[in-house]
Design a protein around this ligand. Structure first.
Ligand code: IMP
Ligand code: MG
Length: 193
């Protein structure tokens, strides 16, 4: 794998700023859901790092669940929006307070399909918490209850977000210079994450 320094255009959100904002979101969720025992649902795999940091800042009782979805006919860097569940939840969410935890909302297609699938299971409440919002790319309107940062239309990586499945481990959000990124490898799978 290429050393990320070779294609890092700039660091969009440094580690310290990320950590501070994630903590604020956790505090906000703790206040809003006091007495409610929400369930945080993370869409694999991009949201994992955000989820684990977020939970550390949530002081009220809550549980976590994971799901994975695939996007039909997706391009390499974008989703088609028509999703299929490849890993379903292990619990029934009927009458639960659900918070969907996402790494990034781009066109909004993935999350709106997931919201549709989950609302058919009749949770008591269903809200979206996203770390990043690429707002100017939105094609489908998505109600966002918790938003870490609104970012420009650039391809970003790190802190859970991948480029062709790698670099998720980096503690910051970086911008890819696509001209300097080696485009020789194919994506590992068609999952949207
Ligand atoms: P949407 O359906 O267009 O909103 O796509 C959302 C999904 O696209 C996210 O869950 C990510 O997997 C992926 N994605 C969108 N933008 C980026 C990016 O800048 N970096 C990494 N993944 C991205
Ligand atoms: Mg991805």
């Amino acid at each position: 794998m290429q050393d990320y320094h070779e294609f890092l255009a700039d660091i969009l959100i440094p580690k310290e700023i990320l950590q501070k904002r994630v903590m604020e979101l956790g505090v906000q969720i703790s206040q809003d859901y006091a007495g409610k025992e929400p369930i945080l649902i993370c869409i694999l795999r991009g949201g994992v790092m955000f989820l684990t940091d977020l939970m550390r800042s949530i002081s009220i009782p809550h549980s976590i669940e994971f799901m994975a979805v695939s996007s039909y006919g997706s391009g390499r860097r974008e989703s088609s929006g028509s999703v299929r569940i490849t890993l379903d939840l292990g619990v029934n969410i009927e009458s639960r307070h659900v918070i969907l935890v996402e790494d990034i909302i781009d066109s909004g297609r993935t999350i709106s399909s997931v919201l549709e699938l989950l609302s058919a299971r009749h949770p008591d409440t269903l809200r979206v918490c996203t770390l990043l919002d690429k707002a100017e790319r939105r094609e489908v309107e998505v109600p966002i209850a918790y938003r870490g940062f609104t970012i420009p239309d650039r391809f970003v990586f790190g802190y859970g977000l991948d480029i062709d499945e790698f670099y998720r481990n980096l503690p910051f959000i970086g911008v890819v210079d696509l001209a300097r990124y080696n485009l020789g490898t194919e994506p590992v799978n068609d999952e949207v994450d």
